[in-house]
Write a protein that binds this ligand. Structure first.
Ligand code: GDP
Ligand code: K
Ligand code: MG
Length: 292
């Protein structure tokens, strides 16, 4: 018998969703920073076993509207209820208020099994832990409760085994050997996108998407080529900037991050392409991790 299914990880910014997913994956897949809102896309991580395939999505945090991307991000959070087999609702120790009541309502009414993970218990004493455990179990009685530490791995194996138990019988959704270089490419895309978010006015980041077409790891250097996709010629001009200066800045700064991340010299080639339909093209949207 083979089991396979989708697991969505949701929760407020910085509770440790990406750290948890990386713990499951055994490799660094999502960008982890102490900054909220780092994760924009739902990032798929796939954990394969002989008789199971767990497809993990790290969704953006639940946040109050702050800037324009918010709306599309909330779409991902909402969609977490529609296509998952297991929902992971993550909170961190000390968290007590519910920032988004409407969202919380949906969790308590979820027909999908919910695992309520109380994270960062490595930072708590016994008394606080017991108090929090009681508080949250009362708040979300429909969920199965696990105290965990995503960072040091406490209870992660138990949670993972429970996830596999809860998955439906199904053939795998993805080839079972798929995982090789994709996480690295995802990371490259996210690193570039982060710089675009930093250096351009806000309508620009909203209109672009990044795709890493080549990722070759050699002994002393990683050679990467990524395309920044825009919808219009004018946007292309803005991305590139005067004599290429703006694009160069993105490349230099993203390369620095990537060198730190991979611990290796990186050669990063960036180019910009106009693709009027990237937003509407279903396949491309899927390829970029959107799920509409
Ligand atoms: P996300 O925004 O929910 O994806 O949160 P991240 O995974 O990016 O983590 C936010 C911060 O919390 C990072 O600095 C992590 O190292 C830290 N963190 C995550 N899990 C734990 C944990 O179990 N214990 C402690 N002490 N810190 C954690
Ligand atoms: K974060
Ligand atoms: Mg994250």
């Amino acid at each position: 018998m083979h089991k396979a299914g989708f697991v969505n990880i949701i929760g407020n910014p910085n509770v440790g969703k990406s750290t948890l997913m990386n713990a499951f994956m055994g490799e660094k897949l999502s960008i982890i920073t102490s900054k909220a809102q780092t994760t924009r896309h739902r990032i798929l991580g796939i954990v394969n076993g002989d008789d199971f395939q767990v497809v993990l999505s790290d969704t953006p945090g639940i946040i109050k509207p702050a800037y324009e991307l918010q709306e599309s991000m909330m779409y991902f959070v909402k969609s977490a209820f529609e296509d998952a087999d297991v929902l992971i609702y993550m909170i961190e120790i000390g968290e007590k208020s519910l920032k988004d009541e409407a969202f919380f309502e949906r969790i308590t009414k979820s027909k999908i099994p919910v695992l309520l993970l109380l994270n960062k218990i490595d930072t708590a004493n016994q008394e606080l832990l017991e108090e929090q455990a009681e508080f949250w179990q009362n708040k979300v009685p429909n969920a199965e409760f696990y105290p965990i530490s995503a960072l040091n791995g406490f209870n992660i194996k138990n949670v993972f085994e429970r996830i596999v138990e809860l998955l439906p019988e199904s053939p795998p959704f993805y080839p079972k050997d798929q995982l090789t270089d994709k996480p690295e490419r995802f990371f490259v895309n996210e690193a570039i996108r982060e710089k675009i978010l930093l250096y351009y006015k806000k309508e620009i980041p909203y209109a672009v998407e990044v795709d890493t077409e080549e990722f070759f790891e050699e002994e002393n250097i990683i050679r990467i080529r990524s395309v920044i996709m825009v919808e219009r010629e004018t946007q292309k001009g803005i991305i590139i900037g005067h004599k290429g200066s703006a694009l160069k800045r993105v490349g230099v700064e993203a390369r620095k991050d990537l060198e730190k991340f991979f611990g290796k010299q990186v050669h990063l080639e960036l180019y910009v392409k106009v693709n009027k339909n990237w937003r509407s093209n279903q396949n491309q949207l899927k390829r970029f991790g959107y799920n509409q």
